[in-house]
Design a protein. Structure first.
Length: 200
C-alpha cells in the first residue's frame, strides 16, 4: 500500500498545495495526517475542504492545535476524511490505529489503557499489517530528539516495543521533520508538512 503522510501543516496553504501535487503525481491509496493541520483550529473547515478536494481518503488525528471534539465535528462534513483518534480503520490487509493530541508528556496513562484495546484488536486481526499514527513521537528515536536529548513519549515507545507495528507515523517536533528511524522491524517516520510517500 502506498501512503502519502504529512504532519504539522499549521494552516500552510503552500504545504497543502504541495501535498495535492504529490498526491496527483504519486496516486497514493490513502492520505495520512498525524495532527496539527491548523493553528489552534483557525480556518479548520477550509483546510479540510482543500484536503477533501484531493479526492483520496484521508485519515486524520488531532495534534495539540486541535481538540478531538472540533476535529470530529469538522471532519464529519467531508466524505473523504476519517477522524481516527482513539479508533481504528481497516482497508484490505491493513489496520490503522490513531492517537492524537498531546506531545508534551513522557508518560501517558490514557494511551496505556487505549493501547490494551489496540492490542486486542491486533490479535484478532492476525496477519494484517499494523500502522500506528500518533502526534507525539515515541521515546528515544530520531523523531524525538531536541539538542540530542530524547523528549518523546515512553508509553508509546513501550507499545511499539511490545506490539511491533509495521509503521509509525508521528510528528509534533518540527525540528525532526523528514527524519526516519527503525525500532526492530518497525519503521518510524516524521513526514513533515510537505508530505512523504511511504510504502507499506
Amino acid at each position: 500500500m502506498k501512503l502519502l503522510a504529512f504532519v504539522d501543516v499549521h494552516s500552510s496553504l503552500n504545504a497543502i498545495k504541495k501535498i495535492a501535487e504529490k498526491a496527483k503525481k504519486s496516486k497514493p491509496d490513502l492520505l495520512i495526517c498525524a495532527g496539527d493541520i491548523s493553528v489552534f483550529e483557525q480556518g479548520l473547515d477550509y483546510l479540510l475542504h482543500k484536503l477533501n478536494k484531493i479526492n483520496i481518503p484521508l485519515l486524520i488525528i488531532p495534534g495539540n492545535h486541535e481538540s478531538e471534539e472540533e476535529l470530529e465535528k469538522s471532519t464529519s462534513l467531508f466524505k473523504n476524511i476519517n477522524h481516527i483518534h482513539n479508533k481504528h480503520f481497516e482497508k484490505g490487509n491493513y489496520i490503522f490505529f490513531g492517537y492524537g493530541g498531546g506531545g508534551f508528556s513522557l508518560i501517558d496513562p490514557e494511551f496505556r489503557k487505549l493501547g490494551k484495546k489496540f492490542e486486542e484488536k491486533i490479535k484478532k486481526s492476525k496477519s494484517k499489517k499494523v500502522i500506528l499514527i500518533t502526534h507525539a513521537p515515541p521515546y528515544n528515536t530520531k523523531t524525538d530528539k531536541i539538542m540530542k536529548k530524547s523528549c518523546g513519549n515512553k508509553t508509546i515507545r513501550q507499545f511499539i516495543d511490545k506490539v511491533k507495528p509495521d509503521l509509525v507515523i508521528t510528528g509534533h517536533l518540527h525540528e525532526n521533520a523528514g527524519k526516519e528511524d527503525k525500532v526492530g522491524k518497525t519503521k518510524i517516520i516524521n513526514p513533515g508538512p510537505y508530505g512523504k510517500i511511504v510504502e507499506v
